[in-house]
Design a protein around this ligand. Sequence first.
Ligand code: THU
Length: 140
Amino acid sequence: MDISTDQKRRLEEAARLAHQHSYSPYSRFPVGAAVLTASGAIYTGCNVENASLGLTQCAERNAVASAVGQGERDILAVAIYTPTPHPTAPCGACRQVLAEFGRDATVFCCGDGEQRLEASLNSLLPAAFAAGDLPEEEAP
Ligand code: THU
């Protein structure tokens, strides 16, 4: 689905605001994410780290959890903001989690410069493992 320029701007702004709540004292790499769902609503998340480093939760996955927790399972787009000169693409784990609810989603990555990374999730995670790969009785 086509995302309007205004929706894109709002999504990026939401991701930018979300990064302010990042809890990232270990990496000092704050990330903000915002997902746009089929209802038109936007849900945000930031990365939340832990002294037990492996328990860190990425911003994108927290944004997805926030949407799903409100009953929204259809993700059209995601924006990711990092306070870096260049945009940062989502990690592999987040691509997989996004694919569960937004197989055809568009990914917008932005930093503090003019440069943008815009790509379909499909192109970032080709041949994603999905519900259809499970035996029928396991699929939702
Ligand atoms: N991080 C995210 O929030 N999203 C990504 O897609 C990549 C990495 C976070 C995890 C950790 O808190 C910090 O960035 C450095 O890896």
